[in-house]
Design a protein around this ligand. Sequence first.
Ligand SMILES: NC(=O)c1ccc[n+]([C@@H]2O[C@H](COP(=O)([O-])OP(=O)(O)OC[C@H]3O[C@@H](n4cnc5c(N)ncnc54)[C@H](OP(=O)(O)O)[C@@H]3O)[C@@H](O)[C@H]2O)c1
Length: 350
Amino acid sequence: MQQAVLVTEIGKSLTLGSRAIPEPADGQVQIKLTTQQVAPHDTYGHDLGLFIADRLPFILGTNIAGTVTSLPASPSPFKIGDVVFGLGSPFYPTPEMSGLQQYALLSTESCAKIPQGCTPGDMVTFPVNATTSFAALFDVKGFGFPAPPPFPPSKEEFDAKELTVLVIGGGSAVGKLAIQYAKLAGIGTVIAIASVGRTEELKALGATNIIDRHALPEDIRAEVKDITGQEGVEYIYDCVSWDYDFAISLLSKTKKGVLLTLHPAEKAIELAKEMRPSARVQFIVGNADFIQPHTKAFWEALPIWVKEGGLKVGKVRVVEGLTLEGIEEGLASYRDGSAVLPVVVHPNSI
Ligand SMILES: NC(=O)c1ccc[n+]([C@@H]2O[C@H](COP(=O)([O-])OP(=O)(O)OC[C@H]3O[C@@H](n4cnc5c(N)ncnc54)[C@H](OP(=O)(O)O)[C@@H]3O)[C@@H](O)[C@H]2O)c1
């Protein structure tokens, strides 16, 4: 048996329980968790039941890193003792692929060995965030830019230097990854709307311009025009909003724009039909299915991008053991949209 942190009732305190250690099926590995990052969708899962409401008691946590402790009988790309990081799944029928427990399962197509010189703690914030912003920039449902090496070069002509990408919420974890991917892809102008206190940090990651997110919408639009010389931009990735009037107002009026959202986009689609009829609005989902057929190639590339410095490891705050108070604090930190030092939990410590 193992210990696990359970959501037994939506919006109520977490509880500590015990449950069987899951055994891997074909295409899976069993992981003894070293570390697990608490992410905003875990807060929505806890508070509102996002993804999990119909399967209580359930376990939160999709950013997972640890050591392979069991394999199925079928051949596997991994061996016992490999140290890996990967993307769990709140969509799995049972909470086996969730991280707030001592042992979990990962799909072999959504995990990778931790690169030499990196630790599970370095890599654990990447799975969902790196998948999501990869989908935004490089999937055809997103901007569809050619992905950087080790992906093969694009057969079509692509003048990245001429392009402008606007990231709303450049200071968020997904926003910072988008800025770094844009730099890797050679995008010429990368504008981040973020707190000005982040200017140095975001420029170091690859943003060419920072606009104060606390400025008035009309001032932000004017600043975008000053930077680009144009009314609106073609490529907008909104990492933080729930209402999209502002994001749509920043889309080009004359060129076919694309607005990518990380929260459901039905209203944005309707609004864009009125405000920018030629624009495309897409809700991006950071999971393995969304980025198919590139999931395998993405998980091969991700450790390389981190190891070679293309993607930087962020700071975190550690909670030792499956300590309910520390985990609840981590969940609470996402409730007001302020800057967050993500909580990572060490489920097997103590
Ligand atoms: N659809 C998906 O598959 C998917 C995947 C991953 C994440 N998400 C969602 O994406 C959102 C961001 O996740 P995250 O983990 O990256 O968040 P995070 O790192 O916790 O983001 C916090 C930061 O967001 C910025 N922010 C908040 N409100 C803002 C606003 N109105 N304008 C500009 N910046 C604002 C702040 O940056 P400053 O410090 O610059 O003020 C804050 O520091 C969450 O709602 C999450 O659930 C969705």
